[in-house]
Write a protein that binds this ligand. Sequence first.
Ligand code: NCD
Length: 332
Amino acid sequence: MKNSEIIFAKKEKLIPIAGDFFLKDIVSLDQFNQKSIELLFRQVTKIKKTSTKKLLKILSGKIVGLLFFEPSTRTFSSNSAAVKRLGGQTIEYQNPLQTSSVVKGETIEDTTKMIEQYTDVIVMRHPMVGTLEKVAEVANIPVINAGDGIGEHPTQALLDMFTVYEKHKHLDNIKGLMVGDLLNGRTVHSIIKGFSIFPNNTLYLLSPEQLRLSKKDLDEAKRRKIKLIEIKSFEEIPADCHFWYWTRVQKERFADKQEYEKLKLSFILTKKLVGKKAGKNTLIMHPLPRVGEIETAVDADPRAVYLTTEAKNGMYVRMALFSLILSNGKKV
Ligand code: NCD
């Protein structure tokens, strides 16, 4: 969202959230600090306790545009449900490449300028890294990044961090394990930035050699407060992690499908591994969808939250974000 004074100026960098979320864009975890994450999480807790009747007033009369240029189940539905539970309405494009004027060659800038005439916030997912920054630059209303290619997925990271916080009551001194496609997983990129905001956090990284976190991201982490430790096998998983975060190998990012087939099931989470290596309080997480990398036998374990709490928190965190962005957290 442009500041009205600099409406024609090019936005040089993302605007930090700092003290408040009112009319701000959410594009990257780089915009956050401890204060803004704590503010958001307080709002999530409040939202969870607020009556349905009161919630329905928060976005009454507001319309949110959901434009998803890539497939989505949870992010799309939880955003849509969040708006509706707050009494707002949505304009939804699940497949703009087939159903909108984009098919006629309209640019993303023009599509954004059109949708903002009808809506109060735009939530967008797009296959190209950096698109949401561009969209935020041209938009005069707030925009939320729902995933830009292999770039970032800030709201998923926030809901994942909230899930960790709700369980462990702190976001510093955390020991986590991230497994799978760390190169292409946008949720992973945002989570690493997110945990680097708080002190004394260590993330253990386990992936096939070809899907290691990029050198750029590893170097970047060195400049931040976070400790990243690459490991090579299940044997090296440390005891008593606060969470395990499994991810899918991102098929759609592979030019060579044979390479994908070779790597897709490199690290499968089994009931046996949980029994052997997970701690009593280790949360077992996954942004979903899973495509074979977690055995269904793990689902019934009370530590496994991917199909339950983690998914549900997606809706609550988005409700909190909409309420902060559009009504500055009031009415709760
Ligand atoms: C993730 C995504 O789209 O980046 N899913 C999600 O939003 N919950 C992870 C994935 O697709 O693997």
